[in-house]
Design a protein around this ligand. Structure first.
Ligand code: CA
Length: 581
């Protein structure tokens, strides 16, 4: 219901609202038009009511059992944040089968005088364990909430069981991280919004990237009843397969290091030194030589992603192979072969694809002034200058062992490399899909967000905006686009009506790289949900235009399968001179 209509209706007494609420099914747990007939209480009344929210009586009436409302604090306005009520709580405090204490923590912030009528949940990252607190959206008027996903990295952190992965020993903590926390926190958050403002949120939004993007996807699939709109950035559709691909690349690059005689002082193969920063700049330039002009404009960006195939890139890689000794201006034959193998995707000994191949794109390297692009390499290789191996994929090896493998394998944090190097791609991946009596749900079943039938979300009027970097080295954009194509086919070829995918060429995982990687999709999502204005493009700017040797660059991001095209005249750093075709 439009607010303009709501404001024209007579204001109902709270007691009448409570009566309506009692009649409505799921009141407080889902958006409900009948609630929009009331105005929220005055700011002064909300400020007075805030401390009283930390109430055991109120907690007992919430839709999720064992919810504890710990503290409610009226937070004074600052230069950046309006006055609001901060409510911290937790759900289902318990002792896991590993003897550790767990709970699903949450933090809710509700503006007293500036509420825009909307509920906003911010997504997490990695394997969560940190309390998400999207406070910047409070300044935009949203009531915001975030959770830690059901475990606490400072408390649930056993080095002998993978450190922050150690919650994977406990099956309930696995399920809470996979989906339960976001479900229960949404229910509790909406009920508390209703209690505070005497009405349900008019609209609800979930925005996240990476694991947070996976959570946003959950809200279109497992829980389509909760959110009107989601932004799913670089979404992890197959979360156990990301670390699996990392085990594969770790084996490849460790092999390259050993064959190249590259070892760290601690004796480990120097995965981070298998490609120098200038080496990766050579690869970027090879990709550009193959693919930059395919979109009609040589500008350091590969907009015609689909045409940038291995068949086009391979000859350009061969062209930079050293004829003699390795120098900064060429790659060894082994470096080129190993990189090609890595991009082809993780396979078992039969050659069966275990996850996905990877997109050749120009964000693999880059030079911004005198600073090399750190983003792409951070996942597969780690930083060149590091004295120890620090690839992010290596740090996720324990996640694969403890969180995703069933039954869990308690791998010590210090054994990440040896676990990676000894992982058997013929015998182990099946354990991501299997169950036991103690672990009755496989992690694939709990965590995958690759459903094709999104009818329930579409039919509630739900809208989703997806984005992903073409040079995402955490999650393969090819995997995500294959899902989108299959979902589109399942939805009768009409996915554009409710789900649009914006490719960001050159961008690494969620941000970074030689790319127009700076944008906020929420305002356009809100317009799509509330006004029916579909996003035909998203204007983005480069955080580091120095990669392109310019002071600024803007571009439209286009809804797939459309691509960005130069109109043929005007400044190539101005989005106004590009269209979506
Ligand atoms: Ca181009």
């Amino acid at each position: 219901m439009k607010l303009s209509i709501a404001s024209a209706l007579p204001r109902l007494l709270p007691s009448v609202f409570v009566f309506l609420c009692a009649l409505a099914t799921g009141c407080g747990g889902s958006d409900d038009d009948t609630s929009a007939v009331t105005q929220p209480p005055a700011a002064a009344d909300l400020a007075t009511a805030c401390p009283g929210l930390a109430s055991t009586t109120l907690a007992a009436a919430l839709p999720v059992a064992k919810t504890n409302l710990l503290t409610a604090t009226l937070v004074a306005a600052t230069a950046t944040t309006p006055e609001h009520c901060q409510l911290d709580g937790e759900i289902n405090r318990r002792t896991g089968i590993d003897g550790q204490s767990y709970a699903i923590r949450f933090r809710l912030r509700m503006p007293t005088g500036t509420w825009n009528g909307r509920f906003f949940m911010g997504g997490g990252g990695g394997t969560n364990g940190t309390l998400i607190d999207p406070i910047a959206r409070v300044a935009q008027g949203y009531a915001t909430i975030g959770t830690d996903g059901g475990h606490d990295n400072t408390a649930n952190n056993l080095p002998a069981a993978g450190g922050t992965s150690s919650f994977g020993i406990d099956p309930q903590a696995r399920a809470d991280f996979a989906y339960g926390a976001y479900d229960q926190v949404t229910q509790v958050g909406k009920a508390l919004v209703n209690t505070f403002y005497k009405q349900n949120p008019a609209h609800s939004y979930y925005v996240g990237c990476s694991e947070g993007g996976r959570e946003a996807m959950l809200m279109t699939q497992r829980f389509p009843q909760y959110y009107d709109g989601v932004v799913a950035g670089d979404p992890v559709l197959h979360i156990p397969l990301g670390p699996l691909s990392g085990l594969y690349t770790t084996q490849l690059f460790a092999g390259l290091a050993q064959r190249s005689g590259l070892a760290l002082a601690n004796g480990e193969p120097a995965i981070n030194k298998t490609y120098s920063d200038p080496d990766l700049l050579l690869v970027r330039n090879a990709v550009l030589a193959a693919c930059d002009g395919l979109d009609g404009l040589v500008d350091g960006i590969v907009d015609n992603r689909t045409a940038c195939t291995p068949a086009l890139v391979n000859p350009q890689l061969s062209a930079i192979q050293c004829s003699g000794a390795k120098t900064d201006s060429c790659l060894s034959a082994d470096q080129i072969t190993t990189l090609r193998t890595a991009f082809a995707g993780a396979v078992n000994s039969q050659g069966t694809q275990l996850y996905s191949d990877w997109q050749w794109d120009a964000g693999i390297g880059g030079l911004n002034g005198t600073t090399y692009n750190p983003s792409w390499r951070s996942w597969w290789l780690g930083s060149y200058a590091s004295a120890t191996n620090n690839a992010t994929k290596l740090s996720f090896a324990t996640a694969e062992a403890v969180i995703y493998t069933t039954p869990p394998v308690a791998v010590a944090t210090s054994d990440s490399l040896s676990y990676s190097l000894n992982y058997n791609f013929d015998t182990e991946p099946i354990k991501l899909y299997q169950t036991t009596t103690t672990y009755p749900q496989s992690t694939a079943e709990m965590t995958f967000t690759d459903a094709l039938d999104l009818t329930a979300f579409k039919n509630r009027g739900g809208k989703m905006m997806i984005y992903q970097g073409g040079s995402d080295s955490s999650v393969s954009i090819k995997d995500t686009l294959r899902w989108y194509d299959a979902m589109n086919a399942r939805m009768g070829g009409a996915a554009q009506d409710f789900a649009r995918f914006f490719v960001v060429p050159g961008m690494a995982h969620c941000s970074g790289g030689p790319a127009t990687d700076n944008f906020d999709m929420l305002p356009q999502l809100v317009d799509w949900v509330e006004k029916g204005t579909a996003p035909d493009k998203v204007i983005a700017s480069a955080t580091n235009p120095g990669y392109f040797g310019v002071a600024s660059r803007t571009r439209p991001l286009c809804p797939y399968p459309k691509q960005t095209r130069y109109v043929g005249s005007g400044d190539i750093n101005d989005a106004a001179n590009f269209s979506c075709q």
